[in-house]
Each structure stands twice: as structure tokens, then as C-alpha cells.
Design a protein around this ligand. Structure first.
Ligand code: XLS
Ligand code: NI
Ligand code: NI
Length: 434
């Protein structure tokens, strides 16, 4: 037992807790919402990197956090894991996630890093067996070390491609060993800083080949989890190839992988791409590639990926409405890919951030479920498209040709009458629930 969280007790559901007490006021793991336990709907995960590895820097300043586990030794990596699992016990969330670089110190060679990694994976495995949370997903950090400055799979240097492929192999092995439910690929620097030195066509083929190898390997070792791509339009690079859900879908189609890969959609990335979070969720669901979510929002003024914990109930409600409409999570979940603000130095801040975020999501889920049960939005949507249920309309999408349609319209049988989209009425409807 470390003393990092000394004095902080496990957080429980207590809607009547005094204002200064940490408690779940809305997240009640066992409460049934829309036919399922809340915990099974939301499937919360803690992101190891931001909560335990991030030192509090921003583009203008370095480390503000002074954690006792910061440093590059195996002892400190184990201490970090001890503290992490103590936090998991305090929060009681069912999952967590890591990058290889978050959990093990980098060695002075590939083989040394691999040894460190495998040792820590066994250490985490022991803690998971002793009652710790399950692994929602594992992933490789192919963007922080300077060797990845020009990309990983899309690097102009084939040696970096090879290093990255070898790293991902080990990370999939480790995810598989720990019973992880998904494996994530976020293309941190899979993009470019300037087109002046970039061969777009070549880099696309490299990325396609890389992903095909990942999918082949998953099947080869019998990993049953989902492979997830996490779209993001830019930052750190000027342009990232996995721009948004639609762009990734086109890429998957090109390489014949649309049945193999799903999306891990992050709220902040959706905003960066000029979309709403619910747009990205609805698009993935429409394309049959919805997988999981990273639930961290951006600051709407600062214009970059600030990774704040969610703190807006109406936004969370619209997001979970799309999740429920998509049939809910299967292997996916709600991962907090979120950072503390860099002035939030205390262990208590770290706990409070997660507790508040879980409550916001619970409120969003409950609002979404009530809205879905009420059915008003779906009724209005069905009424708006009702014309398409007519036989004549159906043939527009199947057998009719332009000539046939032209003849029908010209004979006077068709005379469209504009109807209200009722946006304000629907917005008023939604605000009754959130
Ligand atoms: C960065 C990404 C990253 C991924 C995992 O913006 O969100 O944290 O979730 O590599
Ligand atoms: Ni992000
Ligand atoms: Ni993310």
C-alpha cells in the first residue's frame, strides 16, 4: 500500500452526500437503465497516460506535477502501477487502458524495452487477477520518442516502419495476454507537417499495409477483441490521415478492412475536425463501424486538444443517445482520455476529476435513456421520412431510372410541398430531458 491517496476512501453512490464529500451522486453501478446495469452501459475506463504519466506540461511550460513515481526505473514503474491500482480501487471503475510507454521505462535497445514491458505486463496481470479492473484496450505510443517525429507506419524511413510494426506486435501480444477487449491505433504522427517533403500516395499505401498486418496478426493469435482506429484531424501534425470517421471509412474500404476495424471516437477530436461528437458517433453507427469512445472534451476557445474531463451534461446526453441508438457498447466503453488542469496538483484533484466525469456521463446516459423511452425524437424522425415508406418512393431507390422518374414527374404526378424541419421544437423537446 502506498500513501499517495492517504485519507481518501473508496467512492460510493450517495445522492445525499454532504456537499464537501466525494461521492457518486448519479453514477450507481447497479441501477438498471434501459434494461441494463449502468456499469454495463457506460463501461468506464481510466487512461493510464494522462492520469499517471502526464507531468502537467503545456506548450509554454514543463512539469507541474511532482509524482513520486516519475523517473525511468522499473521500481518506479511498479510504484506507478501500485498507485494506479489503488486509484482504481477508490473509483471502482471496471476498466483501464495503457500505452506501452506509460507503463514501462524505455530501455537502451528494442530488446531492453521489450523486457521491461513484459515484466510490467506480468505485474499488471497479477494486480488484475487480485481483483483490479479489466483492460479495455492497449495501444502503442508511436508518437512521443524522437524516432517517430516523421511518423510511424507512414515514415519515409522503412526502419521506423519496421520498429513500429515490431512494437505493435508486442503490444497486441500483451493486450491479448491481459484479456484486453480491444486494441487501439491512434495515428499520432501519421500525417505530415508540410506537403513539400511528403509523398502522400506512398504514405497511404504504407499505412494500409501496416493495418492489414495488424488485422492478420490479430486473427493469427486468436485475439478476439476489436481493432479500433481513433480518428483525429491534426495535432501533433499539421494534417493527420485519420482525419475523421468518414475519412477513415474510405481508407478502410480502400484496403478491404471495413469489416475488420471499428472506431474509437474522441469528443475532442470530433470538435477539432469541425464536427460535433454526436455527428461522429452517428456517422460510425450509420457505417457499421462504431466501437468505443474517448470521453474528453476540448475547450471551445483554445482551439486545440485540451483533453478536459467531460463537464457538460447536454453534450453527454446527445452522445449517449447515439450510443444507445447504435445498440450500446459491445467490446467498447467510455475511456477518460482526459487530463487534469496543470494547476490541479493534489491526489484529491485526480480522484475528483474522475468522480465528476463519471457522474456527468451517468446523467447523460439517464437523460438519453429517458428520451429514448419517450420516443419523441424517433417519432418525429419517422414522420419526417414517412414519404419513403410509399411503394412509389421505394422504387426510386431500387428499380427506377432517370427516364422513368422524369416521365412520372413530367406527367404531373409529383408536386413537392416544403415542410418545416421543426428544429426549434425538437431542441425544446431535448431540453426537457437534460
Ligand atoms: C491523443 C489521443 C491519444 C489516444 C491514444 O490525442 O487521444 O490519447 O487516445 O493513443
Ligand atoms: Ni486526443
Ligand atoms: Ni484519445
Amino acid at each position: 500500500m502506498t500513501d499517495f491517496f492517504a485519507g481518501i476512501s473508496p467512492v460510493t453512490y450517495n445522492p445525499n452526500a454532504p456537499a464537501d464529500q466525494l461521492a457518486y451522486r448519479h453514477y450507481n453501478a447497479d441501477e438498471i437503465v434501459a434494461g441494463k446495469r449502468m456499469e454495463d452501459h457506460l463501461r468506464f475506463a481510466v487512461a493510464w497516460w494522462h492520469s499517471f504519466a502526464w507531468p502537467g506540461m503545456d506548450p509554454f511550460g514543463g512539469q507541474t506535477f511532482e509524482r513520486p513515481w516519475f523517473g525511468d526505473t522499473m521500481d518506479l514503474a511498479r510504484l506507478k502501477a501500485d498507485v494506479a491500482f489503488e486509484m482504481f480501487e477508490i473509483l471502482g471503475q471496471p476498466f483501464y487502458c495503457w500505452h506501452d510507454a506509460d507503463i514501462r521505462p524505455e530501455g537502451d535497445s528494442f530488446a531492453a524495452s521489450k523486457r521491461n514491458f513484459e515484466e510490467i505486463i506480468d505485474y499488471l496481470g497479477g494486480k488484475m487477477e487480485a481483483g483490479g479492473p479489466a483492460l479495455l484496450w492497449g495501444t502503442a505510443n508511436l508518437f512521443s520518442h524522437r524516432r517517430f517525429m516523421s511518423g510511424a507506419a507512414t515514415n519515409p524511413d522503412p526502419e521506423v516502419f519496421a520498429w513500429s510494426a515490431a512494437t505493435v506486435k508486442n503490444c497486441i501480444d500483451a493486450t491479448h495476454k491481459l484479456g484486453g477487449e480491444n486494441y487501439v491505433l491512434w495515428g499520432g504522427r501519421e500525417g505530415y507537417e508540410t506537403l513539400l517533403n511528403t509523398d502522400l500516395a506512398r504514405e497511404r499505401v504504407q499505412a494500409g499495409r501496416f493495418l492489414q498486418m495488424v488485422v492478420d496478426y490479430k486473427h493469427k493469435i486468436g485475439f478476439k477483441g476489436a481493432i479500433l482506429i481513433e480518428p483525429k484531424p491534426q495535432e501533433p501534425t499539421k494534417h493527420q490521415y485519420d482525419y475523421d470517421v468518414c475519412t477513415v471509412y474510405g481508407f478502410l474500404k480502400e484496403f478491404g478492412l471495413e469489416g475488420e476495424v471499428q472506431m474509437n471516437i474522441e469528443q475532442g477530436h470530433a470538435i477539432l475536425a469541425g464536427h460535433s461528437f454526436e455527428h461522429e458517433l452517428a456517422t460510425a453507427s450509420a457505417l457499421g463501424i462504431f466501437g468505443s469512445i474517448d470521453m474528453n472534451r476540448n475547450d471551445y476557445q483554445s482551439g486545440w486538444d485540451t483533453d478536459q474531463f467531460p463537464n457538460n451534461v447536454p453534450e453527454a446526453a446527445l452522445a449517449y443517445y447515439e450510443v444507445l441508438k447504435a445498440g450500446g457498447f459491445t467490446t467498447g466503453g467510455t475511456n477518460f482520455d482526459a487530463k487534469l488542469r496543470r494547476q490541479s496538483l493534489d491526489p484529491l484533484d485526480l480522484i475528483a476529476a474522475h468522480v465528476g466525469a463519471m457522474d456527468i456521463c451517468a446523467r447523460g446516459l439517464k437523460a438519453a435513456a429517458t428520451m429514448m423511452e419517450d420516443g419523441g425524437l424517433e417519432e418525429a424522425r419517422a414522420a419526417r421520412y414517412a414519404g419513403w415508406d410509399e411503394v412509389a418512393a421505394k422504387s426510386l431507390l431500387t428499380s427506377d431510372t432517370l427516364e422513368v422518374i422524369e416521365a412520372r414527374v413530367a406527367s404531373g404526378g409529383i408536386d413537392p410541398q416544403p415542410r418545416s424541419g421543426q428544429q426549434e421544437i425538437l431542441e425544446n423537446y431535448v431540453s426537457r430531458f437534460v
